[in-house]
Design a protein around this ligand. Structure first.
Ligand code: NAP
Length: 279
């Protein structure tokens, strides 16, 4: 598994990590096993949120004895992101995850509390050692500019945003903004939240051809394409050890310039939408 620097100021983090939305809905033992297999194979970046039901409890079981290897991320809901509410939400997540700190803590999306209040709470959590860094999610370039005004340079670790082959809106303004300011980009729903191109579609055929050349799978090719920029990480969710293993192997797949060009044509970026798409 390749690792790369998480923004200008962060540690090295696995290029492919593990999402956990809906991971609590199916067989919990299988979910724990999938996460463990993923960690063994180097997918040490684990993403969760207070919104994801019992996912934090599933993670707590999976990471026992391995906490030190991980880059563990959770998120505060906008409705809790007041000065005090952010601290309380973080403490609840730490308890559920059975850990004493998060590696990064995110505002899940922009809500009605002033950014000043949430940022002040994040900085208090950093000072008390409960989080190592903080970031945002679903922020467009304008929102990023606003929070940078509040936080000052070098404080925003990442922006977690929707990014898959059929939704490339972040390439217009978000990725360039993040690269300019040393902010990591974390691509969520890399398989379109289970809407992956069918093998019979035109794009699916391009994926299949490139996959065969690398003895890989179309999903691995998709992950390699999405993480081709130095600033971008991806966090697919898998509930089986087989899916986790397949996703982890994408962390060593590097595509050639002509393969990237072929994918770019097969899944065009499209015009810049008015607002940033999110799930
Ligand atoms: P996703 O990762 O794009 O897709 C998950 C789906 O793909 C599941 O149905 C999963 O099936 C399937 N899958 C995974 N690996 C596979 C493989 N190797 N072969 C075949 N199928 C495979 O969707 P997502 O869960 O929406 O996004 C990933 C993570 O991003 C989330 O879990 C969450 O942590 C984060 N996220 C963040 C936000 C935000 O607002 N910040 C929003 C959405 C998601 P199985 O479960 O059966 O393995």
């Amino acid at each position: 598994m390749r690792t790369k620097k998480f923004g200008h100021h962060g540690p090295n983090v696995s290029v492919i990590g593990q999402g956990t939305w809906y991971l609590d809905r199916g067989d919990r033992k299988a979910a724990v096993a999938a996460l463990r297999r993923g960690i063994e194979l180097g997918m040490t970046h684990i993403d969760t949120a207070e919104m994801y039901g019992d996912a934090e409890l599933v993670i707590a079981d999976a990471i026992q004895g391995r906490r030190d290897e991980l880059f563990l991320v959770s998120k505060v809901l906008p409705s809790n992101a007041s000065r005090r509410g952010t601290i309380t939400a973080c403490e609840r997540s730490l308890k559920r995850l059975k850990t004493d700190h998060l590696d990064c803590y995110l505002l899940h999306w922009r809500g009605s509390y002033p950014l000043e209040d949430t940022v002040a709470a994040f900085e208090e959590l950093v000072a008390s050692g409960k989080i190592r860094s903080w970031g945002v999610s679903n922020f467009d370039a304008d929102d990023l500019g606003e929070i940078l005004e509040v936080s000052g340079k070098g404080r925003i670790a990442c922006n977690q945003v929707l990014y898959h082959l059929q939704e490339r809106a972040i390439e217009h303004a978000v990725i360039p903004w993040c690269e300019k300011h040393g902010v990591a980009v974390v691509a969520y729903s890399p398989f379109g939240h289970n809407d992956f191109p069918s093998p019979r579609s035109k794009g699916g055929e391009v994926l299949q051809k490139i996959a065969e050349a690398h003895n890989a799978t179309p999903r691995q090719v998709a992950l390699a394409f999405l993480t081709r920029a130095a600033s971008v990480f991806s966090i697919p969710k898998a509930s089986s050890t087989e899916h986790a293993a397949e996703n982890a192997a994408a962390g060593d797949l590097v595509l050639s310039a002509s393969e990237i060009e072929a994918l770019d044509k097969a899944f065009p970026r499209g015009p810049k939408p008015r607002s940033l798409p999110m799930l």
